[in-house]
Design a protein around this ligand. Structure first.
Ligand code: T6T
Length: 325
């Protein structure tokens, strides 16, 4: 029995006693279906938009209601008050992509203590034990994949640079670590010249890119570990006139990134499966609400998009949406 049904059962009990009536079966307050809230990592991001499409489709199928909210920036100081206000309303479950591994730990733990089922979608926190389920890509492996793409595209070796988002985001930190570790194990042909952070601002990623190109004549490849960083890296490459000479591998496959791939500014995109993450998130949340066994950890896959497969059926299916179909 979830917290809301418990609440309504108590209400029914007290109303029945006061009125001196025979008690019937208590109806849950949410008789129309489970009441779930999806808190995105950030609003307006093709990754979370696509995830929301999967969430809404799964909710419709299950007869549940999902309300979607999110902070204007990928920033825990903006996401925490949103979480607090949602928790105060007492939904049955929350699907959330926490903005920071530390800052969102306690607020989420407290929400779970109140009986709200928590499902982590995409990002996680330091100790996710309280969560009914955590669903994400294997982000470390994604970073390693990115380096494999570099090896194929630049077999002669050279300097490579990482552009992440900011320390404390589980996903991008893991991708950055996976990439760096793969460079380290590659036998010395490639030099990792540093990890930069875009703060999720394409303009900052562009600036980092042009500055790195100016300072490193042997720069051969850039790994940009999320959508906005990759978008900015592509802009920087264009501004420096280095299309095709410096390889860019971007994580995610938003419409803008796909355009850059087709134009030859970016050479490979690692597309995640946000819609599947969302669908599975709803499924696990409903199981948790019903008191059924959940899967503590679910890992979803990738599609590596290049010019060669971007227009195939599989390539098209892997691309993110700017709105639900
Ligand atoms: O890469 C995705 C997501 O997986 C990550 O946690 C944050 O950035 C994105 O939303 C893309 O912008």
């Amino acid at each position: 029995m979830n917290a809301k049904i418990k609440k309504s059962a108590i209400t029914a009990l007290s109303v029945g006693l006061v009125a001196g009536l025979t008690l019937g079966v208590a109806q849950p307050a949410n008789a129309a279906g489970e009441d779930i809230v999806f808190i995105q990592g950030v609003k307006g991001d093709g990754f979370y938009i696509t995830m929301d499409c999967g969430i809404q489709a799964a909710a419709k199928k299950a007869g549940a209601k999902v309300t979607t909210v999110g902070p204007a920036k990928f920033d825990a100081t903006l996401q925490k008050p949103i979480l607090d206000s949602i928790v105060a309303k007492g939904p049955d479950a929350i699907l959330i992509a926490p903005n920071d591994v530390n800052a969102m730990q306690k607020p989420l733990e407290n929400a779970a203590k109140k009986g709200i089922k928590i499902v982590l979608v995409d990002t996680t926190v330091k100790k996710p034990k309280f969560a009914a389920s955590a669903i994400s890509s294997n982000n470390f492996a994604g970073g390693q994949e990115a380096f494999k793409a570099v090896q194929k595209l630049v077999p002669g070796g050279g300097d490579v640079l990482g552009i992440g988002v900011k320390p404390g985001i589980s996903t991008t930190d893991a991708r950055d670590a996976g990439f760096k570790s793969a460079v380290g194990k590659s036998g010395g042909k490639y030099t990792f010249i540093g990890q930069e952070y875009s703060d999720n601002e394409p303009a900052k990623a562009a600036q980092i890119t042009t500055a790195a190109i100016a300072a490193n004549p042997n720069l051969k490849a850039i790994f940009a570990s999320n959508l906005f960083s990759a978008q900015g890296a592509a802009t920087g490459i264009k501004q420096a006139g280095k299309e095709g000479q410096i390889v860019v591998i971007g994580f995610d496959a938003g419409p803008d990134q796909v355009k850059a791939l087709k134009a030859g500014t970016v050479q490979a995109l690692i597309a995640q499966q946000p819609s599947t993450i969302g669908t599975k998130g709803v499924e696990q949340a409903i199981k948790a609400i019903k008191g059924q066994k959940t899967k503590k950890k679910i890992t979803t896959g990738f599609t590596i998009l290049t010019k060669a497969n971007v227009n195939t059926a599989a390539g098209k299916k892997a691309q993110y949406l700017s709105k639900c179909a």
